[in-house]
Design a protein around this ligand. Structure first.
Ligand code: PBG
Length: 331
């Protein structure tokens, strides 16, 4: 039936009807907040390009986690800024590494929190690349060794999920094997499977002090022009044992999220990255956009595209937005 029998506006008439037929709802349970931990005590180094975010020493990080949990955000993704760096990122594998210490401190004080540990070498290498350099490029198979070691060490510290973001071939299988061998067969892997060589990571590299000192990451991260290849990456990671796959960044890659959703039966995470966050903050600071509505629309679009989990620096603000909505509804 067509117009005038069909009138789609009938279901848009009131809030009650709109709420009833809404197809996509972002819940606080979908969100993961990324955090940066640095050495020292009582240290808070604000990240200029990411207003509201800061490098935090372990003590302040624990306080921040308590605040997040009180807002309803129960899951965090940790990145470390170490005391010192080395050629292969071995410092990231140490029992008392910066993230390992952070995990133990959080777990000692907060029970109901889920800690996702990022696994990569770029924050821990002197050259800023995601692995060991041989002949001017990251050596894939040598890098797998440190990634596996780092993963086991993070699991030992108490990480609930291991999230490799390096984009080496075969790392999910290697990490799965190492985790299993050490008794962590129940620790899931959230693989950054389709991770693009993106300019949207700019602010993060300031935050994590992880910018490459020479060249770029195009020999391991994906070409932004490709989406068939993203499906191959996902397929490989599934075969190797990934429990959750990720598409990153989110907004310029919503089509990729949708293709993955249509093709595979696996939870999908999307990373709403630092550059995406910074653009919203900059425009809002200028009074050019309605910040809260934009945040809600962005996160809803990522979920509508097919993401089950959204990693976002907007998480605490989104919690407040959702809380306000509940109050308005009188719930
Ligand atoms: C490290 C890593 C990066 C991000 C997460 N893990 C940056 C990079 O690849 O240079 C980006 C996150 C963000 O921009 O918010 N491999």
């Amino acid at each position: 039936m067509a117009f005038p029998q069909t009138r789609l506006r009938r279901l848009r008439k009131t809030d009650v009807i709109r709420n009833m037929v809404r197809e996509t709802v972002v819940s606080i349970d979908d969100l993961i907040m990324p955090l940066f931990v640095c050495p020292g005590t009582n240290v808070r180094n604000p990240i200029t390009s990411m207003p509201g975010n800061a490098q935090l020493s372990v003590d302040l990080l624990v306080e921040e986690c308590k605040r997040l949990v009180s807002l309803g955000i129960k899951s965090v993704l940790l990145f470390g800024i170490p005391e010192s760096k080395d050629e292969s990122g071995l410092v990231a594998c140490a029992h008392d590494g910066i993230v390992q210490r952070a995990i133990r401190a959080i777990k000692a004080e907060i029970d109901n929190i889920l800690i996702v540990a990022d696994v990569c070498n770029c924050e821990y290498t002197t050259h800023g690349h995601c692995g060991t350099i041989v002949d001017g490029d990251v050596h894939n198979d040598l890098t797998l060794e440190t990634l596996a070691k780092q993963s086991v060490s993070l699991a030992e510290a108490g990480a609930d999920i291991i999230a490799p973001s390096d984009m080496m071939d075969g790392r999910v299988g290697k990490i799965r094997e190492a985790l299993d061998k050490n008794g962590f067969y129940n620790t899931p892997i959230m693989a950054y499977s389709a991770k693009y060589a993106s300019a949207f990571y700019g602010p993060f590299r300031e935050a994590a002090e992880s910018a490459p000192k020479f060249g770029n990451r195009s020999s391991y991260q994906m070409d932004p022009a490709n989406s068939n290849e993203a499906l191959r990456e996902i397929e490989q990671d599934l075969i190797e044992g990934a429990d959750i796959v990720m598409v990153k960044p989110a907004l310029s890659y919503l089509d990729v999220i949708r293709r993955v959703k249509d093709k595979f039966n696996i939870p999908i995470a999307a990373y709403n990255v630092s550059g995406e966050f910074a653009m919203v903050k900059a425009a809002a600071a200028n009074g050019w956009i309605d910040e809260e509505r934009i945040i809600k629309e962005i996160l809803t679009s990522i979920k509508r595209a097919g993401a089950d989990i959204i990693i976002t620096y907007h998480a605490p603000q989104m919690a407040e937005i959702l809380e306000k909505e509940q109050q308005l509804k009188g719930i």
